[in-house]
Write a protein that binds this ligand. Sequence first.
Ligand code: COA
Length: 320
Amino acid sequence: MKKSKIIGTGMYVPPYKLTNQDLEKMVDTSNEWIISRTGIEERRICKDEETTDIAFNAAVMAIKNAGIKAEEIDMIIMATITSENLTPSGACEVQKKLGAINATAFDINAACSGFIYGLTIADSFICSGGAKNVLVVGAEVLSKIVDWKDRNTCVLFGDGAGAALLTQSESEGIMGYVTKSNGDKGEYLKCASRQLNEDNSILNNKFVTMNGKEVFKFATKAMVDSVEEVLKKSNTKIEDIKYIIPHQANKRIIEFAASKLNLPLEKFYINLNLYGNTSSASIPIALSEVVEKAMVKKGDKIILVGFGGGLTYGCILIEW
Ligand code: COA
């Protein structure tokens, strides 16, 4: 039976760093509060770059690492909630910039679970023979939809992009996945569409709103339940997992899930101190760093797990 495997990863974050000390000057907060409640120290913010620009940069790195040409890509799936336009999609913009002339390109919206959902779609197309090489990108300029006057949300988020190139495999690759949605809890994490003028200036901006405590409860349960379910589905023991790469929302969410799963925190890759929560980009950025640091080798089993707006969640087990 055919499988899909990741053969290239990439990431890009904008150079400008917004530190907790910078935020102390913008809202009534403190470095100590942010670190103790979230683990975040700084985040990157786009100054001139748009979502599809940073998506393109991450995609170029993934394609280069995969060692294929842009024309060999059959499909581009972009997970984003902050693309410049409703149409053309972010994926079509990335296709144009890459010159990936043979690709079918479309966006998906599953907020912070978007990259996980994207990988499962790629896996389905590859396993059914509908596509051979699929590029999945998670890219967000969340700074566009964050209310910089709201201390409840603005300290949490950052901008960035990550990507993975998947291809057919006869042996290793995606071993199993779980995806779920709780639309009935959508109110807990919301952002309405914003309206632009003809010249792209903002007519009516809409910002992210959140019930932090409810999202926290949902996130921890989603992480634990989906990791347990994916292990069961793929007939794998938790001891056989080398790393878990979680959505980088909050260190306390990861610590809570680690203790519920009876795992040491060292099993979890964490970089949220540097980038904050970059929504759909957080897992592919972390995965790209894990690969660049040579932390995974052939045969290792890893888990990617995400949760977010919708509410949505999902988990994938990969044999590298
Ligand atoms: N600086 C200082 N104080 C802040 C603050 C900030 N940046 N943000 C909120 N507060 C205040 C609140 O106004 C509230 O004050 P009050 O008690 O006077 O009303 C108080 O801190 C709440 O504190 P606490 O109950 O300790 O917060 P918490 O432990 O629930 O932590 C979050 C708040 C947002 C960090 C936490 O709920 C969380 O991480 N939730 C999940 C959010 C998330 O990850 N969303 C994205 C998912 S994809």
